[in-house]
Design a protein around this ligand. Structure first.
Ligand SMILES: Cc1cc2nc3c(=O)[nH]c(=O)nc-3n(C[C@H](O)[C@H](O)[C@H](O)COP(=O)(O)OP(=O)(O)OC[C@H]3O[C@@H](n4cnc5c(N)ncnc54)[C@H](O)[C@@H]3O)c2cc1C
Length: 314
C-alpha cells in the first residue's frame, strides 16, 4: 500500500466511526467499468461521514477525490493512489412552496420521482441523466437546452477551510458543462432547486417523452460508457455544433482500440465492449480528436472527466 500515511486507516476509523475499504476496484464503481484499484475507498452515507472523511484526508495531505454515481468518470488502469469518497448522502425535502432541498448524493432519478409525487415540475429535462445532484451541479448537467444550473437557487458547500458555507447561484458561474467547482476544492453538501407546481400526469408525460428520445439515441443501460465523450464545440458565431455530427463525418462509428469502441448508434459515445482499459479509451479519443482537428480545424474538449491516479504535479 502506498499513498497514505500509516496511521490514516486507524485515525479514519476513530474519527469517522466506520472503517475504510482497501484496494477497491474502481471499475466496479464506474459506469465505464474501467479503473484499477483505489488504495482507500469509503462510501459516505451522512453529512458527518462525508465531512469527516474529507477533513481527515486534508489533514493527512492524502490525495483524495469525491465521486457521485461515477457516470461521467474515466479512472486510470493504475487506479487511485489515495482515497476515493463515494457520496451517498441522500435526502430530498421541500424548502418552500416552489423550492426543494436535495442532499448532494441524492440520485437525479429519485429527485424526479419525488417531484412527480409532490406535483412539482420543471426538472423533467433531467430524466435519464444518470448520477447525483452533486455530480450534476459540478458539470452543470443538462439536456434539451436546459441545465441544472438554471434551477439552482443556492447551495451549501464544504469549503477548503472545512466550513459549511451557504452560497447563491452566482458563485457557480454556470456555463455549458461548467461550474466554478471545476476550479475549486469545494464539495457540494446540499442544493436548493427551483421547481413549479405541475400536475403529476403532466410531469410523468414529460419524463416519458424525454426517456423515449434518449432510448432511441443513447446506448442501452447495460452498455458501459460515461455519456457523451466530447463537449459540443461552439462556433465563432456562438452556435453549438453537435460533436456527434463532426465525428460522423470523419468516419468515427465503428472505430475501435482494444475493447474501446465508438458506439454504432451515436458517434459521441465511446463504449467499453468488455475489457477496455483507460489507455484504449484515451488512444481512441486522441484519434477522434486528431481527425476532427484535421478535417474541421476544431479542438474537441473532453466532457468525460479523467481522474488521474496520482495528484497532478505542480
Ligand atoms: C448513458 C449516459 C447518458 C448521459 N447523459 C447525459 C446528459 O444528457 N447530460 C449530461 O449533462 N450528462 C449526461 N451524462 C453524464 C453524467 O450522467 C453526468 O455528468 C452526471 O451529472 C454525473 O453525475 P455523477 O453523480 O455520476 O458524477 P461523477 O461521475 O461521480 O462525478 C463527476 C464529477 O463531479 C464531481 N462531484 C461529484 N459529486 C460532487 C460533490 N458533491 N461536490 C463536488 N464535486 C462533486 C466529481 O469529483 C467528478 O469530478 C450521461 C452519462 C451516461 C452514462
Amino acid at each position: 500500500m502506498n499513498g497514505g500515511k500509516r496511521d490514516f486507516p486507524e485515525r479514519f476509523q476513530n474519527t469517522v466511526g466506520k472503517p475504510l475499504d482497501f484496494s477497491v476496484r474502481l471499475s466496479d464503481y464506474s459506469h465505464f467499468k474501467i479503473g484499477g484499484e483505489a488504495d482507500y475507498f469509503f462510501c459516505a452515507r451522512s453529512p458527518h461521514e462525508l465531512k469527516k472523511a474529507i477533513t481527515l484526508a486534508r489533514e493527512f495531505s492524502l490525495y483524495h477525490t469525491i465521486m457521485g454515481g461515477g457516470y461521467n468518470l474515466l479512472f486510470e488502469d493504475e487506479g487511485f493512489r489515495g482515497l476515493v469518497i463515494k457520496n451517498q448522502v441522500e435526502k430530498i425535502d421541500r424548502q418552500d412552496k416552489e423550492l426543494i432541498r436535495c442532499a448532494s448524493g441524492s440520485l437525479l432519478k429519485d429527485v424526479l420521482e419525488w417531484c412527480a409525487e409532490h406535483e412539482l415540475g420543471g426538472l423533467e429535462f433531467m430524466a435519464g441523466i444518470p448520477g447525483t445532484v452533486g455530480g450534476a451541479v459540478y458539470g452543470n448537467a443538462g439536456a434539451f437546452d436546459e441545465e441544472i444550473g438554471d434551477r439552482v437557487v443556492e447551495a451549501v458547500l464544504y469549503d477548503k477551510s472545512d466550513k459549511d458555507v451557504r452560497i447563491s447561484r452566482e458563485y457557480f458561474s454556470f456555463d455549458y458543462r461548467y461550474s466554478s467547482l471545476k476550479k475549486r476544492p469545494d464539495v457540494v453538501l446540499e442544493v436548493i432547486l427551483r421547481v413549479e407546481e405541475c400536475r403529476r400526469s403532466q410531469i410523468e408525460a414529460n419524463i416519458a417523452k424525454n426517456m423515449e428520445w434518449r432510448t432511441k439515441r443513447h446506448p442501452p443501460w447495460d452498455i458501459a460508457c460515461a455519456g457523451s465523450f466530447f463537449q459540443n464545440p461552439v462556433s465563432l458565431e456562438g452556435k453549438k455544433i453537435a460533436a456527434a455530427q463532426l465525428l460522423d463525418r470523419v468516419g468515427a462509428k465503428g472505430l475501435r482500440e482494444g475493447d474501446a469502441m465508438v458506439y454504432d448508434g451515436h458517434a459521441n459515445f465511446i463504449i467499453n465492449r468488455g475489457h477496455a482499459c483507460a489507455s484504449d479509451v484515451m488512444s481512441l479519443a486522441s484519434e477522434l480528436k486528431r481527425r476532427v482537428k484535421e478535417e474541421f480545424g476544431i479542438d474537441l474538449k473532453y466532457e468525460v472527466i479523467h481522474v488521474p491516479a496520482r495528484p497532478p504535479s505542480r
